[in-house]
Design a protein around this ligand. Structure first.
Ligand SMILES: Cc1ncc(COP(=O)(O)O)c(C=O)c1O
Length: 462
C-alpha cells in the first residue's frame, strides 16, 4: 500500500503548524494532489469539476502535454537570464504572437509576472508618456467603483473597493472613481441603457471637475470579473467613453487580465467593440493559463518610442520577461489558437448561458445570469422580484462555494465592498470545455443551488 502524503487538513487536524499564510481564513482546505483537463483531485482522492478555472485562470484546463513539454524543453535550455544582460528568444516569440493577436495599436509587449504588476506597469508607462510629451500635470488615473485591478498599492489606488480604501487609503492617493454601469440593480428611474449613458456623462463630468489637463488615464474592466460578476455594459457605453477619452487626451486602459486571452471569445475583449479600442491593454491569467505566473502590457510603438527616447521606461522586475515563463505562455497561446478555443469559448458560452438561465428560472435565489463568452456569473438574491439580497448571516455565496466543494464542484467568489453591490458566483470553465462537460457543470451547479435552497427553507428564510 502506498503511503498517503500529509495534507494541510491533516496537519491542521493534528494542530500542527502551517508555515505559510494567506488571507487568514483558518478553515482547513483540501490539499491538491493532481489535475487533468477540467478535473482536480485532492490528496484524499476526491474529484472536483473546476467550474471557474480557479480564479478564472486555467483557460486550457490542467495537464496540457504541449505546454508541459515546452516547459521541460525551455527548462533544459535556460530557466533564468537577467533581462538587463540577455535578450531571450521565448520573450521575443511570445511578444510576436501577442502583437499578431492583439492587432492594430498594440505593437509591443512588456512582460511581467501577474495582473497587479501589469496594472502598475501600464499606469507607469502612461505617466511617463505624458511627462515625455510635456504634460507632467496629467497624473490622475480615473477608475470605476466598483472595479478591481489588483492588490498591490498602485493597483489598490485605482480599484474601486471602499473596504480596501478605508484601510490603505491614508497611505497614498486613492484615485477618483466613476460609477460602474450596472445592469441588474439600477438606480430609480433608470433602465440599463439610460444608466450606462448616465455613467458616461458622469465620467465626463468628473474629468472636467478634476481639470481635464490633470487626468492621465481611465482604467476599466470591459467585461467585469469578480468586482461586478460578469457585467457587460451596452455597446454605446464603450464607444462613449472612448470618444470622451480621445476628446480630453485621456489614455484609455482596458484591464483584460480576466476578460482577455480568449475568455470572452476574442483575444482582446475590445474586439467586441471595434470602435472603442483602448490605448493600453493589460493581460495576465489566461495568457499562461495557470502554467506559470505572467502579466503583459500591450502598447503602441509610438508610446514606447516616446518613453524610451525620453530616457527609458523606469520600471522592471527581476522576473520581467522571464525565459521559462515566456516559453510556457507562448505554448499556451499557440495551443489555444491551434485548437480554436476562442470559437469554443463563444459557442460554449452561449450554450452555458442558456442552460444557466434555465437553472435560474427554476430556482428562487438566482436573480441574474450575465457575462460574455465563458466569463459568466450568477447573482444570488433572497427575492427575484425585489432583487433583495439574502441576509449577511446566510454567507450566501460563501456557503454555496462550500456546498459546491462538498459535492465536487469548484466555484469562485469574493464579495466586493462587503457585498453592498450584490453577491455572485463566477462560472467560467476552461475554454476547452465540451458540451458533455458543460452539462455536467450545470448538473452540479443545479444540485449546489438546490441544497442551499433547502438549507434556507429549513431556516425559514425563503
Ligand atoms: C480584472 C483584474 N485585474 C487585475 C487582477 C490582478 O491580477 P493578479 O491577481 O494576477 O495580480 C485581477 C485578479 O483577479 C483581475 O481580475
Amino acid at each position: 500500500m502506498t503511503e498517503r502524503k500529509d495534507s494541510r487538513s491533516d496537519t491542521l487536524k493534528r494542530g500542527g503548524p502551517i508555515q505559510v499564510f494567506y488571507t487568514g481564513d483558518s478553515k482547513p482546505l483540501p490539499s491538491i494532489e493532481r489535475a487533468e483537463g477540467i478535473y482536480m483531485w485532492d490528496s484524499d482522492g476526491k474529484k472536483y469539476f473546476d467550474g471557474s478555472s480557479g480564479p478564472v485562470t486555467t483557460n486550457l484546463g490542467h495537464g496540457n502535454k504541449r505546454v508541459i513539454q515546452a516547459m521541460i524543453d525551455q527548462a533544459n535550455k535556460v530557466c533564468f537570464a537577467s533581462r538587463v544582460v540577455f535578450e531571450n528568444s521565448p520573450n521575443q516569440r511570445l511578444a510576436e504572437k501577442l502583437v499578431e493577436l492583439c492587432g492594430p495599436g498594440f505593437d509591443q509587449a512588456f512582460i511581467v509576472s501577474g495582473g497587479s504588476e501589469a496594472t502598475e506597469a501600464a499606469i507607469k508607462l502612461a505617466r511617463q508618456y505624458a511627462v515625455a510629451k510635456g504634460q507632467p500635470e496629467r497624473k490622475i488615473v480615473l477608475a470605476r467603483n466598483p472595479g478591481y485591478h489588483g492588490s498591490t498599492l498602485g493597483a489598490v489606488s485605482v480599484s474601486g473597493d471602499p473596504e480596501s480604501d478605508m484601510v490603505f487609503g491614508s497611505m497614498f492617493r486613492i484615485m477618483p472613481k466613476v460609477p460602474t454601469p450596472f445592469s441588474y440593480r439600477l438606480p430609480e428611474n433608470h433602465d440599463v441603457d439610460s444608466y450606462a449613458r448616465e455613467c458616461a456623462r458622469k465620467f465626463e463630468e468628473i474629468i472636467l471637475n478634476e481639470g481635464s489637463n490633470n487626468v492621465l488615464a481611465f482604467i476599466i474592466e470591459t467585461v467585469g470579473g469578480l468586482s461586478t460578476g460578469g457585467l457587460v455594459a451596452p455597446d454605446h457605453y464603450y464607444e462613449s467613453i472612448r470618444e470622451i477619452c480621445s476628446r480630453y487626451g485621456v489614455l484609455l486602459i482596458h484591464d483584460d487580465v480576466m476578460a482577455g486571452a480568449g475568455r470572452t471569445g476574442k483575444f482582446l475583449s475590445c474586439e467586441h467593440w471595434p470602435n472603442a479600442r483602448p490605448d493600453l491593454v493589460t493581460l495576465a491569467k489566461g495568457v499562461a493559463a495557470g502554467y506559470t505566473p505572467i502579466g503583459v502590457v500591450m502598447a503602441s510603438n509610438e508610446m514606447v518610442k516616446t518613453v524610451v527616447d525620453s530616457g527609458g521606461f523606469l520600471h522592471g522586475h527581476t522576473y520581467s520577461a522571464n525565459p521559462l515563463s515566456c516559453a510556457v505562455a507562448e505554448a499556451v497561446v499557440s495551443e489555444m489558437i491551434d485548437n480554436n478555443l476562442m470559437d469554443n469559448a463563444s459557442t460554449m458560452g452561449l450554450y452555458l448561458m442558456e442552460k444557466l438561465k434555465e437553472v435560474a428560472h427554476k430556482s428562487t435565489i438566482i436573480g441574474d445570469v450575465r457575462g460574455k463568452g465563458l466569463l459568466m456569473a450568477a447573482e444570488i438574491v433572497e427575492n427575484q422580484e425585489t432583487k433583495k439580497m439574502l441576509p449577511v448571516s446566510c454567507r450566501a455565496v460563501y456557503r454555496l462555494v462550500e456546498i459546491g466543494i462538498e459535492n465536487g464542484l469548484l466555484l469562485y467568489t469574493r464579495k466586493t465592498a462587503g457585498g453592498v453591490f450584490g453577491e455572485w458566483l463566477m462560472i467560467s470553465p476552461a475554454l476547452t470545455v465540451s458540451k458533455e462537460e458543460a452539462d455536467e457543470l450545470v448538473r452540479l451547479f443545479t444540485k449546489t443551488i438546490q441544497i442551499f435552497e433547502k438549507e434556507l427553507r429549513l431556516a425559514t428564510l425563503i
